[in-house]
Design a protein around this ligand. Structure first.
Ligand code: SF4
Ligand code: SF4
Length: 442
């Protein structure tokens, strides 16, 4: 039997929020978006060095073929997401990840002809090095939005080990139901991905954390686990619904009562957290030999037919909105990501990138930013114990080094400071912008 009784514990701060959920699409099965005529595939869809193009204009490509690569182990390759012809290599402003980069434009031939994919029947026939290599070659990154290369997280630290693995099925951002549907509709792949993670890490403890308002997802994964050889090792932990518990540092705190150091990462305290959709992608890369060319997203808010869709990476936002019946009169903003953590995009030609969980048509009540009134609400609200007002002030003044001194890297971009600010200061946007400037200075 799965141990269902372990209760999460919390220590000290953080502040948790009860935010209206608006999970309009929770009961909608995942549909597949028809292939776009054209995809725009950015070469830097991960944390780490950007890839460089390995194709040129005029080349014919197959779906899943490598079109960008990196010579560094920290880098991640990029793949064609349709078959067709490379028609352009452009400079592209990636608003969702706050950076300028190159993108490869492919015109689809409508055939969706794939590369040969090498499937594996027996996981035990692969060494850990071969598994890591397959995950890297497939371009798997953190699908919960972190876009950190999965093969790096799964490579054990030289000294020490990772004692605990947490499979993160918490989806606390309003509107988003993509991971929920993935757990219900791709549960076998999720658990297979967890098995692969477990083989690589050999942890002492394995948890699956899912919010307690998703009993059907908990029951479904529990049933799959009971048929697997992981059953006795995994603790299924229902997590009390609150925002932003899906953030890995806070999930670790809620589940294990352990603090991730302000300047560190979960692995510094022996914990590995992977999102359920990343586990699915790990299964597909290792067992099916399938590169990461598509992902499940939620399309919601001011769109005529909200949906959960399986979408090819690089699909322009416009294709997705059109498929969902277009925008309603109330919507005035297109956001990639949820309302708390997402970023508004300037136009609907913007492509979907790896790790984006939601396309939200938002009704943004335009409120003018006024001067900080030093109420301290953002400081009280910040779960990472930062001083958001100070970070915003430094960012506005271009004092990026001071942002670094004020631990800007520890910000999880949860959006809570912006949410509570009575002066309508877009604090999180200022923080994202400063992080971008700091990354350019590295
Ligand atoms: S966005 Fe960053 S600074 Fe603002 S509340 Fe969240 S963690 Fe704190
Ligand atoms: S919540 Fe807004 S107004 Fe209040 S201290 Fe923070 S930045 Fe200033």
């Amino acid at each position: 039997m799965i141990n269902n009784t372990l209760k999460p514990k919390y220590r000290g701060i953080p502040q948790w929020f009860k935010i209206p959920e608006y999970k309009l699409t929770a009961e909608y099965f995942i549909k597949t978006l028809p292939l776009p005529d054209r995809v725009i595939i950015p070469l830097h869809q991960h944390i780490g060095p950007p890839s460089y193009p390995v194709v040129k204009i005029g080349d014919k490509v197959l779906t899943g073929q490598k079109i960008g690569d990196s010579d560094e182990f920290r880098g991640v390759p990029v793949h064609a997401t349709v078959s067709g012809k490379v028609v352009d290599i452009i400079s592209f402003t990636d608003v969702a990840h706050n950076k300028e980069q190159q993108a490869i434009v492919i015109e689809s031939d409508g055939k969706d002809e794939w590369i040969d994919m090498q499937t594996i029947d027996d996981l035990e026939s692969l060494s850990n090095e071969q598994i890591i290599s397959k995950i890297r070659d497939a371009g798997v990154v953190g699908m919960g939005g972190a876009i950190y290369p999965a093969h790096l997280k799964l490579t054990l630290p030289k000294s020490g080990r990772l004692e605990t693995v947490i499979l993160n099925g918490c989806e606390c951002e309003p509107y988003v139901t993509a991971d929920y549907r993935v757990m219900l509709e791709y549960g076998e792949k999720v658990i297979s991905g967890l098995k692969i993670i477990t083989k690589l890490i050999s942890p002492d403890n394995i948890f699956i954390a899912i919010e307690d308002n998703k009993p059907d997802a908990i029951a479904h994964l529990t049933t799959i686990l009971e048929k697997s050889n992981l059953n006795s090792k995994v603790k299924m932990v229902p997590i009390k619904l609150k925002y932003p518990v899906g953030a890995r540092e806070l999930l670790v705190k809620a589940l294990l009562s352990k603090e991730v150091p302000l300047e560190g990462r979960c692995r510094d305290i022996g914990v590995l957290v992977h999102n359920v959709s990343t586990a699915k992608a790990i299964h597909e890369s290792v067992i099916e030999g399938r590169p990461l060319v598509e992902q499940v997203i939620t399309v919601s808010g001011g769109v005529k037919n909200p949906q959960n869709l399986l979408v090819r990476v690089g699909t322009p936002v416009k294709n997705i909105i059109d498929y969902c019946g277009g925008i309603t009169d109330e919507a005035n903003q297109v956001v990639l990501g949820g309302p708390m953590m997402g970023s508004a995009v300037p136009d609907t030609e913007t492509p979907l990138t790896r790790g984006t969980r939601c396309l939200l048509l938002n009704n943004n009540q335009i409120r003018n930013e006024v001067d900080c009134i030093h109420c301290g609400r953002c400081i009280d609200a910040c779960s990472m114990r930062l001083n958001p007002s100070l970070l915003a002030k430094y960012s506005k003044a271009g004092r990026y080094d001071d942002c670094g001194e004020a631990y800007i890297d520890a910000c999880i971009e949860c959006g809570v400071c912006t949410y509570v600010c009575p002066a309508s200061i877009p604090i999180t946007q200022y923080i994202k912008s400063a992080k971008q400037q700091l990354s350019l200075m590295e």
